[in-house]
Write a protein that binds this ligand. Structure first.
Ligand code: SAM
Length: 277
């Protein structure tokens, strides 16, 4: 487990430093590391994927706890360190931008049941959305995010913060705030407080990855009505959207932030059925 002294000595030993533009803030609080691993409920039957292992604060133990462990890391300068703590322990590392990653890049049997990430904050939203697209069967996600981002993720309909991430994480599973993490728990310290959250799949809850692009296009033109925003994607006609909304007893002038997550899925269903006719 890593404390501040150990992080500094690993950086020195491998001649590494944190690259700000890649969102590199290394965890150095042992209590936080164990709490994240506990939330992840990783055991020998678990295939675990970590996005952005860095110098391995979470990876060093996760690889020993999991049946299968894979990490996706954009920064090849961590290679020597990650070879010694992950690959030499039976895990694998894929050196790639996660946004360019494809589930086919995984070895057989490595499709994750659990995804963990102390997320690089500059690319948090696209990574969270891509994980839901790539791994629809994933049982649990444990994420470290900026505390401010929590407001967007947990926002309710009708609020300014409500957007695609709030809607889609709600549709994917049960989301829960776990705990906040102070800036001093990282080397270097980020500008804001961080927080850990989980998203857990719920038995019987249907998840359709094609909801992702649908909901994103519904919010694409924030200041416009839902009809205008959705039709701008070129996928649906204004008349069809207006018809679908009226069959849901919604006004044609409704805005995306007024629809609940389940209303988005209902709207999508009506539009798809209408297209098939
Ligand atoms: N997991 C380590 C920890 O907790 O100390 C490092 C976390 S650091 C906040 C974010 C990590 O994500 C860094 O290792 C960074 O290089 C990596 N990263 C940044 N952008 C990435 C991307 N697009 N795809 C994969 N990894 C990325």
């Amino acid at each position: 487990m890593m404390n501040k002294q150990e992080v500094l000595s690993i950086l020195e030993q491998y001649g590494l430093s944190a690259t700000k533009s890649l969102g590199q803030n290394f965890l150095c609080n042992e209590g936080v590391i164990s709490a994240i691993l506990e939330l992840a409920e990783i055991d020998k039957d678990t295939a675990c994927l970590e996005i952005g292992p860095g110098i391995g604060a979470l990876s060093e133990d996760a690889v020993k706890m999991a049946g299968r462990y894979t990490a996706v890391e954009i920064d090849t300068s961590f290679q020597d360190r990650l070879t010694s703590i992950i690959e030499n322990q039976g895990g694998s590392v894929i050196y790639k931008d996660y946004l360019q990653f494809k589930p086919d890049d995984l070895e057989e049997g490595a499709m994750p049941d659990v995804v963990i990430s102390n997320l690089p904050y500059y690319v948090m939203t696209p990574i969270m959305l891509k994980v839901m697209a790539d791994f629809p069967e994933c049982r649990k996600m444990v994420y470290m995010v900026e505390e401010e981002a929590m407001e967007r993720i947990f926002a309710k309909p009708g609020t300014k913060q409500y957007g695609p991430l709030s809607v889609l994480t709600e549709l994917f599973g049960k989301k829960e705030k776990a705990f906040t993490v102070d800036r001093g728990s990282f080397v270097p310290a980020p500008n804001t407080t961080s927080a850990v959250m989980t998203i857990t799949r719920e038995e019987g809850k249907v998840w359709d990855p094609s909801w992702i692009t649908f909901v994103e296009s519904a919010f694409a033109l924030r200041r416009k009505t839902l009809v205008n925003s959705l039709s701008s994607s070129g996928r649906f006609d204004k008349a069809d959207i207006a018809y679908a909304l009226s069959s849901m007893n919604k006004k044609e002038t409704v805005r995306s932030e007024e629809l609940s997550p389940s209303e988005f899925t209902e709207l999508y269903k009506i539009l798809r059925e209408r297209k098939d006719v």
